[in-house]
Design a binder for this molecule. Structure first.
Ligand code: NOJ
Length: 534
């Protein structure tokens, strides 16, 4: 049986607001994406994941949807979507939409109707609950974006639950009609021909119907991560991450698999230990990602080894592997201890393309971009408002793509962009890197192309061999091919004892930087060795 197309595919995430602005309003749009399809094709992903494109008041930049059946006017509307889909088809690039169905915008008609509280007329499509006697919220659930996860509405004399902003009321997936409506959204876009979905907070469709408090993480067990953000001090097991959530994911998957060759993967933003419940060969979604690598700042071999050892006990999980997206600091700004150089970018890209999983890479990662600079009055992200400048939120990862070094706004737009273009990014613009054979961009193009010819890197299983302070070594294994991958993830030279040197035939992939010597293999800083086991 041949593997489905998405197994080991490379998926390129486009955050359309910041990709390319075709109509000169400072906001990226779908005609802009379409105008850059030569660039996307040359990069060589199997699919593009488009961050949300539906009409939205943009309190959370598209992750607050007010109409699931349309495309935002500022994105170019439905005609622009149809044209983009047709062009992508023509080029053999698949299209994955980002569907945000755990919550809607407060501007969605469904919420307006629910507010009326009329029996049988969407009154239970959202999670409404009575205030406590003292007027306080029904329980201790906290919003990921700060404060209680409940807001009071006088129209219903009740509180409604919102895991994120007050303007993102939680859709009540326990209500059969609401659930059916959400599934119909997927059917609508599948019928239009999209190849699949990235499902926002797929761990959060169901809430505890008894509305029990989340238990605290005991103070003596709290790490810096818990203290970084108040909601992290709770074990989020009742507001989200319920074991029954899996049944909902089964239903989602049945809808998606009712159409040929479609793919659905989830964002599992919390409780990463539950991935085995929510993803599987026969249950849950087809794949998904946790924040294990996205939150990591160490780039230490132990992090990668621990995750794949954890997955070893869950062989039914085909993961997505990702280092970067619109929610976290950019790869080279997180990994590498503050020094953002091309060697680090190339090492991380090679590791990304070598680990087991469907690869999710984020626009700009192929240019080796670090975080964009954001001043206080340029903050757009509600998370940025929370603790700025102590932490700057997500805008630094969302600044516009630099296309042409010497053009206004680096060629992203003719108007002032919604987020500023970083001058350091302009120096790394696509047109500069295209002309440089050693650039991160040309490196990434070659890497993605070469990977296609190494089946074990695409669909092979993984076996961790070593994770020392500097070196991560693993095999990628298929019945017909086993590839040994050895990475020096540090800025100092390293050595690795090759098990049986004569049984490995080295080949070129990634940054190179290895030689024979010492106990078998010497690796330069950020060097990587690949060899086929014979
Ligand atoms: C996860 C998305 O990736 C993030 O950008 C968004 O703010 C939240 N979910 C809420 O939809």
């Amino acid at each position: 049986m041949t593997a489905p197309w998405w197994k080991g595919a490379v998926v390129y995430q486009i955050y359309p607001r910041s990709f390319c602005d075709a109509d000169g309003d400072g906001i990226g749009d779908l005609p802009g994406v379409r105008s850059k399809l030569d660039y996307v094709s040359a990069l060589g992903p199997d699919a593009v994941w488009l961050s949300p494109i539906h009409p939205s008041p943009n309190k959370d930049f598209g992750y607050d949807v007010s109409d699931y059946g349309d495309v935002a006017a500022e994105m170019g509307g439905m005609a622009a979507f149809d044209a983009l889909l047709a062009d992508m088809r023509g080029r053999g690039i698949r299209l994955i939409l980002d569907e945000v169905l755990a919550h809607t915008s407060e501007r969605h008609d469904w919420f307006a109707e629910s507010l009326k509280g009329e029996e049988g007329r969407k009154n239970d499509w959202y999670v409404w609950a009575d205030p406590k006697d003292d007027g306080g919220p029904p329980n201790n659930w906290l919003s990921v974006f700060g404060g209680p996860a409940w807001s009071y509405h006088p129209a219903r004399r009740k509180y409604y639950f919102h895991k994120f902003l007050k303007s993102q009321p939680k859709l009540n997936w326990r209500d059969p009609a609401a659930r059916a409506a959400a599934l119909d959204v997927l059917r609508f876009w599948l019928k239009k021909g999209v190849d699949g979905f990235r499902l926002d907070v797929a761990n959060s469709f169901l809430h505890d119907d008894k509305l029990r408090d989340n238990p605290p993480i005991p103070p003596n067990l709290r790490s810096a991560h818990h203290w970084a953000h108040a909601p992290n001090m709770q074990k989020r097991i009742h507001d989200s991450n319920l074991p029954e959530n899996r049944k909902v994911l089964d239903e989602v998957r049945a809808v998606v698999e009712g159409f040929d060759e479609r793919f659905v993967f989830g964002e599992f933003s919390e409780e990463p230990g539950l991935i085995g419940e929510f993803v599987g060969q026969t249950h849950g979604l087809q794949s998904g990602y946790t924040f294990t690598f996205l939150d990591d700042r160490s780039y230490s071999p132990a992090i990668f080894a621990a995750y794949y050892r954890f997955l070893k006990d869950r062989p039914h999980v085909w993961p997505c592997v990702t280092f970067s997206n619109h929610d976290v600091a950019r790869t080279v700004s997180r990994f590498g201890g503050g020094k953002q150089d091309d060697a680090l970018a190339k090492s991380a890209l090679t590791l990304l393309m070598s680990l087991k999983g469907t690869v999710l890479m984020y626009q700009g990662e192929e240019l080796g971009l670090g975080n964009g600079a954001i001043a206080q009055d340029e903050v757009r992200d509600p998370v940025g408002e929370l603790y700025f400048p102590y932490s700057k939120g997500r805008d630094p990862a969302r600044t516009p793509m630099p296309w042409v070094r010497d053009a206004a706004h680096a060629g992203f737009s003719t108007a002032k962009p919604w987020l500023p273009v970083d001058a350091r990014h302009a120096e790394r613009a696509a047109n500069v890197q295209e002309g440089d054979p050693d650039s991160v961009l040309n490196f990434t193009r070659a890497l993605i192309a070469a990977r296609r010819g190494i089946p074990a890197l695409v669909t092979g299983d993984i076996e961790i061999l070593e994770a020392s302070e500097q070196v991560l070594a693993f095999n990628r294994i298929l019945p017909e091919q086993t590839v040994l991958c050895v990475f020096n993830l540090s800025r100092e030279p390293a050595t690795f004892a090759l098990p049986r040197m004569s049984s490995v035939s080295p080949f070129e992939f990634g940054p190179g930087g290895w030689g024979f010597g010492g106990p078998g293999l010497t690796l330069k800083p950020f060097g990587a060795f690949f060899g086929q086991q014979i």
